[in-house]
Design a protein around this ligand. Structure first.
Ligand SMILES: NC(=O)C1=CN([C@@H]2O[C@H](COP(=O)(O)OP(=O)(O)OC[C@H]3O[C@@H](n4cnc5c(N)ncnc54)[C@H](O)[C@@H]3O)[C@@H](O)[C@H]2O)C=CC1
Ligand SMILES: O=C(O)C1=NCCCC1
Length: 365
């Protein structure tokens, strides 16, 4: 008989799963995932069951990392909750299995894993794509993801270091320019917006450092270098016309094919990165719906073909946003990080397997 599974509660998972371990591990495993070598990593797109009566979803996310002997699945529920609901909108459990014998070896709280993993992946995207001089971080939303993103972004990017160049003369007779590099430290400015201002205020009250509460999305994002969208919105809240050219957006919400946080302009103008191409094609409304007009026109053309109508649809106006690369493809060197452009990282959370950190696994075996 196999032994009873180890139980790890939220507190224990939070303690064991540190960003210092998680980030390099995620970087390494995402790079491997993007090579699509199924003898190494198998992580299909999750299965999702809608719970229509209650505005919720149940997702099952199995994964196998052969080399590390990790066989696991996350089971997650997520709901569109009324503002101020005391219930969490995302809840999860992670099960680990013995890969050879098949029994469950561990049952872990998945809420802490989801919060930290998602924020860590966004932080990796910001490391790769944020403008070199990033002074302003803007977080849209004030829930669990907003908080974990605040924690890791301020931990990693609290200060930006800029090297200023000075020129001058070295001697009277021989004029020569020389350069001196002065490291200058700037404090990252953080802005937060939430649907109800008091929720943003409550978010800020829990923090040590000063954070500006903004009254509108526009006020929050104008001039921001890095923007995190972590809301339950199903219609666009962030519009391309407000976004500073070259900014980086980590788009964390809108994980359903008919939900969006970002508008067409932003999605079509930005260079779009994703965690998994298959996941993005199946689940990202921000990507799928950015091409809704061409789908509509094509449908009309087919429908009216017997009338011999010729429709000419300007492609650039209606085509769907294109996925440029997976984050893992940048991490493994197959695609470039186009830091000079406005970039969107569309996160869907499909790749959760990295969360089964060896430290957690060691605790169990
Ligand atoms: N990409 C990923 O890997 C993951 C994505 N998520 C998604 O991220 C989003 C945030 O998740 P949590 O922080 O856990 O949720 P939460 O419930 O703790 O916070 C949600 C925030 O969104 C705001 N909000 C809700 N509906 C809104 C609307 N229509 N317009 C504007 N703001 C709205 C709320 O006021 C709150 O500030 C959700 O969409 C969730 O499904 C969650 C976990 C992982
Ligand atoms: O990865 C997860 O966990 C989730 N992803 C998107 C929706 C909420 C939960």
């Amino acid at each position: 008989m196999s032994e009873s599974p180890v139980l790890l509660n939220k507190h224990e998972v939070e303690r064991l799963l540190t960003y210092d371990d998680l980030i390099p591990r995620l970087e390494s495993v995402m790079g491997k995932f993007s090579k699509r070598d199924s003898s190494e990593i198998i992580q299909p797109v999750r299965s999702v069951v809608p719970i229509q009566q209650h505005s919720g979803f149940l997702g099952v996310m199995p994964a196998y990392l052969a080399a590390e002997g990790i066989l696991c699945t996350k089971i997650v529920t997520f709901y569109q909750r009324a503002e101020g609901s005391s219930l969490p909108s995302t809840q999860a459990t992670v099960l680990l299995f013995h890969p050879e014998h098949g029994h469950v070896t561990a049952i872990m709280d998945g809420e802490a894993i989801t919060a930290k993993r998602t924020a860590a992946v966004s932080a990796i995207s910001a490391k790769l794509f944020k403008p070199a001089l990033s002074e302003v971080l803007c977080i849209l939303g004030s829930g669990q993801q907003a908080r974990s993103h605040y924690d890791v972004f301020t931990k990693l990017f609290k200060f930006k270091e800029v090297t200023s160049m000075k020129t001058g003369n070295t001697s009277k007779s021989f004029k020569m320019c020389f350069c001196v590099c002065d490291p200058v430290l700037y404090t990252l400015q953080v802005r937060v917006w939430s649907r109800r201002k008091e929720m943003a205020q409550r978010f800020v009250n829990d923090l040590q450092d000063p954070v500006t509460v903004c009254s509108s999305v526009k006020e929050a994002v104008i001039g921001a270098d890095v923007i995190v969208t972590a809301t339950g919105a199903s219609q666009p809240i962030l519009f391309g016309e407000w976004v500073k050219p070259g900014a980086h957006i980590a788009a964390v919400g809108a994980c359903r094919p008919d939900w969006r946080e970002l508008d067409d302009v932003l999605m079509r103008e930005a260079v779009v990165y994703v965690d998994s191409r298959e996941g993005a094609t199946a689940e990202s409304g921000d990507i799928i719906l950015s091409g809704v007009c061409i789908t509509f026109h094509q449908y009309n053309i087919a429908d009216l073909s017997h009338h011999r109508h010729t429709y000419s649809t300007p492609k650039s106006l209606f085509s769907q946003a294109e996925v440029f690369a997976e984050l893992g493809e940048v991490l493994n060197g197959s695609f470039p990080a186009r830091r000079e452009k406005t970039t969107v990282f569309k996160s869907l959370g499909n790749l959760f397997f990295h969360s089964c950190d060896p430290k957690i696994k060691n605790k169990m075996f």
